[in-house]
Unconditional design. Structure first.
Length: 125
């Protein structure tokens, strides 16, 4: 029996890895099709302002970007933590970026002393 006639035997781990790759590829393909057809899902309910996932990606790129980071440990409500995990996985974003944008919005709304926060952050202060 030469090499070309030999059956290919995959381990269970290799089979599972291939299955996972196929599943991941299908979700990526669906997302690309949805976006290319202009059917992006809104991130909020119909009665709220419409924000696309591209807007979120642009905000992360422009407002969070690459800058000096500091490690902080926080505790949060289990439901909020689960929602954050689900959102980050669904839209393939980093949880830290979502939290950072949420804090930018919070400080902009409630903290007059933090109005220039985005400018200070970009200067690595």
């Amino acid at each position: 029996m030469n090499f070309q006639e030999a059956p290919t035997i995959l381990t269970e781990n290799e089979k599972n890895s291939l299955r996972n790759l196929l599943i991941e590829w299908e979700s990526i393909k669906r997302a690309v099709n949805v976006i290319s057809n202009g059917n992006e899902p809104a991130l909020f309910k119909e009665d709220e302002p419409v924000h696309s996932i591209n807007e979120l990606y642009n905000r992360i790129k422009n407002e969070v970007g690459v800058q000096m980071k500091v490690r902080k440990t926080i505790n949060m409500n289990k439901g909020v933590g689960t929602a954050l995990d689900d959102f980050a996985n669904r839209y393939r974003v980093h949880k830290q970026d979502v939290i950072e944008l949420a804090l930018f919005d919070f400080f902009e709304k409630y903290g007059a002393d933090y109005n220039d926060l985005r400018g200070r952050v970009n200067k690595n202060e």
